[in-house]
Write a protein that binds this ligand. Structure first.
Ligand code: ZN
Length: 257
């Protein structure tokens, strides 16, 4: 039996990120993952863009998920200025602030900043050095891979499911996306290799695939499953329309962009 740094033996982690107040996508993902994990973690951006901020926060709290903050959580709770966001994202921040219950606002405000360590891996919202930085490609991943506090780091923020690797001096990227609905693709972790892994976004995928994205990690067995699950996009779009959220945010869910 392998004892991981952090002391978690054989714990399967559900890795969630960028739920963005989309309860329909979140519930569909949880249904698909039922029985396959022991402990949940969340890489930030629980709110912003979507119509269900209170319901999503309540659900994350009920899961007792180890959670770090994202840039939208900071903007909504007043820790940063939302005027730095684009107009649609800014409008969604103001809408979310107006509709959040006071207890949920306080919960967002107190979320810790990444990186923090869970069972043998680290969690960040953006990059290892800067929680607000985007890691889109191997160039941006290199610094984080070199300085990562653990060989496996999970990150979010870009809403693009994928993996970056460092072996020796070589930084690479891996294709992880499962092609069929309700299916996962498994990445088997190699020895002497560091990984920056993005589970993708539950609530607003941006890799041209409308399906909700998440991952399940079993580090004792050196495996990470990358999941994609189709959900009822129109159901969410209708609630966004009723809420008066900006049209571009409603439309982009149809394209996964
Ligand atoms: Zn996000």
């Amino acid at each position: 039996m392998v004892v991981l740094p952090g002391g978690s033996v054989g714990v399967r982690y559900l890795i969630l990120s960028d739920i963005h107040a989309n309860l329909t996508a979140f519930e569909t993902a949880l249904d698909a993952a039922r029985g396959k994990w022991d402990k949940a973690v969340c890489l930030g951006d629980l709110v912003g863009y979507g119509p269900d901020p209170n319901e999503v926060i309540d659900r994350v709290r009920a899961l007792d998920a180890l959670t770090i903050r994202g840039n939208h959580d900071k903007a909504v709770s007043g820790l940063t200025n939302p005027e730095e966001f684009n107009p649609a994202a800014h409008a969604a921040v103001l809408w979310t602030r107006e509709h959040l219950q006071i207890g949920n606002l306080a919960y967002l405000e107190k979320l810790p900043k990444g990186p923090i360590q869970a069972g043998g891996f680290s969690m960040v919202h953006g990059a290892v050095h800067d929680e607000d930085e985007y890691v889109f490609g191997p160039e941006e991943a290199a610094d984080g891979l070199l300085d990562a506090p653990t060989p496996v780091v999970f990150f979010g923020h870009t809403h693009i499911q994928g993996a970056f690797t460092l072996h020796g001096h070589d930084v690479g990227s891996l294709h992880t996306k499962p092609l069929l609905p309700n299916q996962s693709s498994t990445l088997n972790l190699a020895p002497n290799t560091s990984y920056l892994l993005n589970p993708g976004s539950i609530g607003q995928p941006r890799d041209g695939d409308t399906r909700a994205a998440f991952a399940i990690a079993d580090l004792e067995n050196q495996s990470v499953e990358f999941w994609r699950v189709p959900y009822d996009v129109q159901d969410v779009q209708q609630r966004m329309m009723q809420a008066g959220l900006p049209e571009p945010l409603i439309l982009r869910l149809s394209f996964g962009r």
